[in-house]
Design a protein around this ligand. Structure first.
Ligand code: ADP
Length: 265
C-alpha cells in the first residue's frame, strides 16, 4: 500500500503532538504504472516495424539498388511492416473509443442473426485461403439484443480472425448463435455467440491474462500471423460495455472456444 501525507499540523497542544493526515494512493500509483507500461508497450510495438522500414529503405538505396529480385522482396516486407503499423493504430483507436464509451450502455436493438450471417460471409474467403471451412449456425428465429452494431461486428471480427489465424490445420471454424429457444440454460441470460476452432489451443495458465493489452502466448507467432496483441482486449471492453460476459475455454493442441453472452435486457 502506498500512502501520501495530505496535511501535517504540528505543535498541537503546546507542542506535545503532531497531526498527520494520510491518503491511500495505491490505486492511483497502479493506474500510473499501467499507463507507463502501456506507453512503453505501444512505443515498442511501433518502433519494431519502423526500425525495419528504415533499415530496408537504406538497403534499397544502397546494396540492393540494382538487384531487382531483392528490391521486390524488400518492398514486400516493407508493405507488410507498414500494414502492421496501420493495424496497430486502428486497434489503438478502437480500444480508446470503447474504453471511453464503456459507461454508456448501447440501447438500440440489433438484428443479431443478420449481423452474424453478414460477418460470416466476409470471412469465408479468408477461412478458405487458410484451408478452413467456416461452419455457421444461426437459427431462423430473429434475435434482438440492445447493442452497438459496429462494436458487435468488431467482436465477431476479432474472434473469427483469431480462430482462423490460430486454427490453421484444424479443418473448420464454427460460429454459432443461440438463444433460450435453442439453449434453455440461456433463459433469463441473453443470447450466446460462440467461435470455436480446432487449432493449436492455449495452455490453461495463459487463459486469465489473454484479454490484457499486448499479452500474447507466443510473440513471434502473433507477429508472424499479423497480430497486434490488442484484439482480445478490445473484445473484452466491448463485451463489458454491453454488460455481457466473455468465456474462454481452450486446450493445448485441441483448439479453443470463445463464448460471448449478450444480455437481452
Ligand atoms: P493477437 O493480435 O496477438 O492475435 P489477441 O489479443 O487477439 O492478439 O490475442 C492474444 C493472444 O491470445 C494471441 O497472441 C494468441 O497467443 C492467443 N490467442 C487468441 N485467440 C486464439 C485462438 N483462437 N487460438 C489460440 N491462441 C489464441
Amino acid at each position: 500500500t502506498t500512502w501520501r501525507v495530505t496535511s501535517a499540523a504540528a505543535a498541537l497542544e503546546q507542542g506535545r503532538g503532531v497531526l498527520l493526515s494520510f491518503e491511500d494512493i495505491t490505486a492511483l500509483e497502479e493506474a500510473g504504472q499501467m499507463r507507463r507500461d502501456f506507453v512503453a508497450n505501444v512505443s515498442h510495438e511501433l518502433r519494431t516495424p519502423l526500425t525495419a522500414l528504415v533499415g530496408f529503405v537504406e538497403t534499397l538505396r544502397g546494396p540492393a539498388k540494382d538487384d531487382a529480385a531483392a528490391r521486390e522482396r524488400f518492398l514486400g516486407i516493407m508493405e507488410k511492416e507498414a500494414g502492421r503499423m496501420a493495424r496497430l493504430v486502428e486497434d489503438l483507436l478502437s480500444l480508446s473509443r470503447v474504453e471511453e464509451e464503456e459507461r454508456l450502455r448501447p440501447a438500440t436493438p440489433l438484428p443479431l442473426a443478420d449481423l452474424v450471417r453478414d460477418v460470416a460471409e466476409l470471412f469465408r474467403p479468408l477461412a478458405a485461403r487458410n484451408g478452413l471451412e467456416l461452419v455457421v449456425r444461426v437459427p431462423d428465429a430473429p434475435f434482438s439484443v440492445p447493442g452497438d452494431a459496429g462494436q458487435v461486428r468488431q467482436v465477431l471480427n476479432n474472434l473469427l480472425e483469431n480462430a482462423i489465424k490460430y486454427g490453421t490445420g484444424g479443418g473448420r471454424v464454427e460460429l454459432t448463435l443461440s438463444g433460450p429457444r435453442q439453449e434453455p440454460s440461456l433463459r433469463g441470460e441473453g443470447v450466446r455467440l460462440a467461435v470455436r476452432d480446432h487449432g493449436e489451443g492455449i495452455d490453461s495458465h495463459h487463459l486469465a491474462r489473454l484479454t490484457e493489452r499486448f499479452y500474447r502466448v507466443d510473440t513471434h507467432r502473433s507477429r508472424e500471423v499479423g497480430g497486434t496483441g490488442l484484439g482480445l482486449a478490445i473484445v473484452k471492453h466491448i463485451v463489458n460495455r454491453h454488460r455481457g460476459r466473455l468465456r474462454i475455454e481452450s486446450e493445448r493442441g485441441k483448439g479453443s472456444r470463445f463464448t460471448v453472452i449478450l444480455p437481452t435486457a
